[in-house]
Design a protein around this ligand. Structure first.
Ligand code: MLT
Length: 391
């Protein structure tokens, strides 16, 4: 018996696990602490009232023999939810059919599992810095990874380069960790690149609800994307579902390689390895896409965007280079005094009792940078910025 040796090539622990360990050590040593957590992008506001109502109703259904539900009829989601999500796309001006929507337990799982359907010999292109899941899942499978440099010069939005060959391209916009967002022309350049090379774009839209009008929320707003892209989205940040677990993947019927439908392969993969999201959560997710659900969840997004504005203003006051915060719950900035991200992380934790995420955790180009999350409480966000500004 041999273990998968590729696991030896992973970082020792997942970034947010490492950070949680450091924070636990600090709180154990300082039980009276006044810590402000701006590290992992975890939501703090409760679920919207319409979502809670839908869950109560669905739970009652599960309590009666006549309305009880066992296995979901389809691992890709109940028709009511697939229809609601397709309707949401229509509202963005994007044509998506319910059958092109695949409900899952969050973007992290789907974006990690999708690589099952692609050959291991493919070359992967990921931006650096990057959400660690894209790298880790490919390292686990022993795939060759190339990096697209994101840096201050390109505003942390790398563009395709002549001569750069890739079969699978990861794009996250608004970006995690940098908060930078691609405009329509930039995304069109990536779509053209993928079509020319017969590559596939894995587009992570988990933060789409933070995008202000005028910028694209979905890769499918870009002509040609239906033939080269898969979109992953999540209700984690849109509707506070980080603990509920529900997301969706959209694969258009036009997406095919070597005459094989990608959607069919994904459905086949999910049919073998996944039994669907639980019924109560799917009813909760359906409520998110109702007119009242959209209104209520956007209120929460507006609250977090308000926090991001507080952070953006603090960056301006301190004269620090930053990106994000406008169309994203993350602000990404250059650490003062040339500190590395980890040095600044330790400084913030020990001197200011603030938890951030060091840029190095997202790749070498994250060196010297720090990510702060706007998913906290507004008063605490203000307090954190005051603590940082005091120096
Ligand atoms: C993050 O902080 O980068 C995210 O919360 C992680 C995730 O969505 O899995």
């Amino acid at each position: 018996m041999k273990l998968n040796g590729n696991f030896q090539n992973l970082e020792q622990s997942y970034l947010f696990v490492t950070i949680a360990k450091k924070v636990n050590e600090y709180t154990a040593a300082h039980p009276e602490n006044n810590l402000i957590r701006m590290g992992i992008g975890d939501v703090t506001l409760p679920l919207a009232p319409v979502v809670i109502q839908a869950m109560h109703k669905a739970t009652d259904e599960m309590a009666k023999k006549e309305t009880f539900r066992g296995y979901s009829p389809d691992s890709s989601g109940y028709p009511f939810l697939r229809e609601a999500i397709a309707g949401y796309y229509q509202s963005l001006g994007v044509s998506v059919e319910p059958g092109e929507v695949f409900v899952g337990d969050g973007a992290k799982s789907d974006v990690g599992n999708i690589v099952d359907i692609f050959d291991n010999a493919n070359t992967i292109l990921v931006p650096d810095p990057v959400y660690p899941v894209y790298v880790d899942t490919n390292v686990m499978a022993g795939r060759k990874i190339a990096y697209a440099d994101a840096n201050m010069e390109n505003g942390f939005l790398p563009m395709p380069e002549a001569g750069q060959s890739a079969d699978i391209v990861y794009i996250c916009s608004p970006n995690n960790p940098t908060g930078a967002v691609y405009n329509r022309d930039q995304l069109q350049a990536w779509v053209d690149y993928a079509l020319e090379r017969e590559a596939v774009i894995l587009f992570d839209a988990a933060y789409e609800s933070f995008v202000s009008p005028g910028l694209p929320r979905s890769i499918f707003e870009i002509p040609g994307a239906e033939r080269c892209a898969i979109e992953f989205c999540s209700l984690s940040k849109t509707a506070g579902f980080t603990g509920m677990r529900c997301g969706y993947t959209v694969i258009k019927k036009e997406l095919a390689f070597e005459g094989v439908s990608v959607a069919k392969l994904w459905e086949r993969r999910q049919g073998s390895k996944f039994n669907g999201v639980n019924y109560v959560t799917q009813r909760a997710a359906e409520a998110v896409f109702s007119p009242e659900g959209i209104r209520q969840t956007q209120e929460a997004v507006a609250y977090y965007k308000g926090n991001a504005q507080v952070m953006v203003q603090a960056m301006r006051d301190m004269g620090l280079w930053f990106t994000g915060g406008e169309n994203s719950p993350y602000v990404w900035f250059q650490c003062p005094e040339g500190k590395s991200g980890w040095e600044y992380f330790d400084y913030l934790l020990n001197e200011k009792e603030i938890v951030g995420t060091p840029g190095e955790g997202f790749g070498k180009n994250g060196g010297g940078c720090m990510r702060l999350s706007a998913f906290g409480d507004t008063e605490k966000t203000k307090e954190a910025m005051e603590r940082i500004k005091r120096g």
